[in-house]
Ligand binder design. Structure first.
Ligand SMILES: Nc1ncnc2c1ncn2[C@@H]1O[C@H](COP(=O)(O)OP(=O)(O)OP(=O)(O)O)[C@@H](O)[C@H]1O
Ligand SMILES: [Mg+2]
Length: 328
């Protein structure tokens, strides 16, 4: 049909087939991202975007591929580039999913990580850093989740609630048909809680139906552990939705993290302790390295120390502590 490339009657069909081809390409790229091919996709995506600079799905794939390749700054730069292109060419802003993707990159959200599909039950992200200590807490919390429909891990900001909850969920993979993570931290409004949980559980919205009803209905027959992460700023909404799910879906368990409890029926509140910190008498390398907090610090996972937990060292202590830490 090459002779008809410019024939007027063929134009609509050519456009339709071209569009179908591009959509298939985008779907193929997303499938390959799921397979963990982010490195291989980078140059391919760059070439595709040069030819189709307004395709937002391709941009989303590129941002994700860059992020998963350990190039956060380039991922953010790609978003800026998309924003400039859209604004110059069409005078519009990126669509909400792209805006949300940028926010997730900025927050380094766990759901962006790629996880191998070898374990079909778990849709939880795999952490890149090693989990330090907390053996006793893991055992306690695991048992509590096995016994109760709703466990809320509470504790101060940054104490390690999210990380611990994810470790516990990973340890429970064999106990459920499916495990999902809904991250509420980035949500700005209570009304976004149901859409986020629906997204996390792959439940699509249905027309003319409250999304919560659709969600509860879809979960009714699922044997699932749902990790509801960072509920504190949307407590009422998160509590209401969790309550509806637990009432309507008997095989669903919820492991929530929050600075405050959800305060609903059946909730077991579990307070995450902070890792023990050394005192000024514990400054030898041997003693220091027996503290999980020091091991975590030395491993470079922790980027800050909450002020209230900072230790009052005098100058001499500090010098000796620094020397010991270097040894650790
Ligand atoms: N036991 C641990 N081993 C390794 N890394 C940890 C551990 N506990 C916490 N972290 C790391 O410390 C950081 C803060 O932990 P986390 O996000 O779990 O705290 P949080 O209590 O959920 O904070 P927030 O209240 O802000 O939600 C994360 O980068 C996390 O991976
Ligand atoms: Mg958290």
């Amino acid at each position: 049909m090459a002779d008809f490339t410019y024939a007027e009657w063929a134009q609509a069909e050519i456009a339709r087939l071209r569009e179908l081809y591009l959509v298939a390409t985008e779907e193929c790229i997303e499938a390959r991202l799921d397979l963990g091919q982010h490195h291989e996709l980078l140059s391919e995506l760059e070439a595709l975007l040069a030819g189709h600079p307004l395709r937002e799905r391709l941009w989303a794939a590129r941002i994700l591929a860059l992020y998963r390749s350990g190039r956060q700054a380039d991922a953010l730069r790609a978003y800026q580039q998309l924003r400039e292109t859209l604004s110059e060419e069409l005078g519009i802003a990126p669509s909400p999913p792209l805006v949300a993707l940028e926010a997730s990159v900025l927050r380094q959200q766990a759901s962006l990580e790629w996880w191998p599909r070898t374990n079909s039950a778990s849709h939880l992200p795999v952490a890149r850093s090693t989990f330090v200590g907390r053996d006793e807490e893991l055992t306690q919390l695991k048992r509590l989740v096995q016994e109760t429909g709703l466990v809320t891990v509470v504790g101060a900001g940054g104490v390690g609630k999210t990380r611990l909850a994810l470790e516990v969920a990973h340890a429970l993979v064999g106990d459920y048909d499916d495990l999902r993570l809904a991250e509420l931290a980035a949500l700005s409004e209570p009304a976004l809680v149901v859409p986020e949980i629906s997204r996390a559980c792959d439940v699509r919205e249905e027309p003319n139906r409250a999304q919560l009803d659709t969600l509860v209905d879809a979960l009714r027959t699922r044997h699932l552990l749902l990790v509801l992460d960072n509920c504190e700023h949307l407590l009422d909404s998160a509590a209401g939705v969790a309550d509806s799910i637990l009432r309507g879906a008997p095989q669903v368990s919820i492991l929530a993290t929050s600075r405050q409890p959800l305060r609903i029926a059946g909730e077991r509140v579990w307070r995450a302790p902070s890792l023990p910190v050394p005192g000024t008498d514990d400054l030898s390398p041997e003693t220091l390295s027996s503290f999980d907090s020091v091991r975590l610090f030395a491993a470079g996972h922790n980027h800050w120390v909450p002020r209230s937990r900072a230790i009052d060292f005098d100058r001499e202590d500090l010098v000796s502590c620094e020397r010991s830490l270097l040894t650790v």
